[in-house]
Design a protein around this ligand. Sequence first.
Ligand code: GCO
Length: 261
Amino acid sequence: MTLFNLKGKRALITGGTHGLGLAMAEGLAIAGAELVITGTTPSKMDDALAYYKSKGYAVSGYLFDVTDEIAAAKTIELIGQELGDIHILVNNAGIIKRELAITMPIADFRQVIDVDLVGPFIMSQLVGKQMIARKEGKIINICSMMSELGRNSVSAYAAAKGGLKMLTRNLATEWAKHNIQVNGIGPGYFATTQTEPIRVDGHPFNDFIINRTPAARWGNPEDLAGTAVFLASKASDFVNGQIIYVDGGILATIGKPSNED
Ligand code: GCO
């Protein structure tokens, strides 16, 4: 199990205060990593830090917006002074705005691209500098099955997550020679606050996803922890530019008629 041991590693997870970010951070902590979580909401940060500390994990929290390159740079420098190097970066923070393309305000489209694509670029560039100097690092970008497929009302999100897939491959291309492995995780449909509006019992989308997913269920955030540990550990030292889809099989199939088992 030394291949998956993260003892002595410091992992920064953006948006690590709730949902998928919290579940992946917990998986990294159980594997031995020290956690650094970022967020933008003080109350969520307080609750998250209390949770992590109640579990006995080593954790620090920093409030800043990943789209603000000045604030991000200052915070990464402060983390360096207060804690030390970042060995693992999980670009998880993201938003979605469900609006049909024809009527979507440009400002909304631009905001989704900014948070979901520009933010990971800013964080990767800042943390990548210290990883290049150290000749070692792990970057995990949280993509989506919308990195591969579109659907009505998520054009900004799909464009951002499709871009994040290609950013992952391009950073892998440029930084693999520095022993930095840049990969992605593509969650399928997970039970989070982001999907709550389309997941309630009886909602047509809920029935659609259950039928469209071979595993016939929504993902649970903890379903992502193992893949995060794999991509953060020595076990993935020769894995570069790959997106691992944790999706219950949804991308493997065209689906089935609702009357088929
Ligand atoms: C949606 C969902 C998806 C999921 C996830 C799928 O509205 O279709 O929110 O975008 O959140 O990203 O991988």
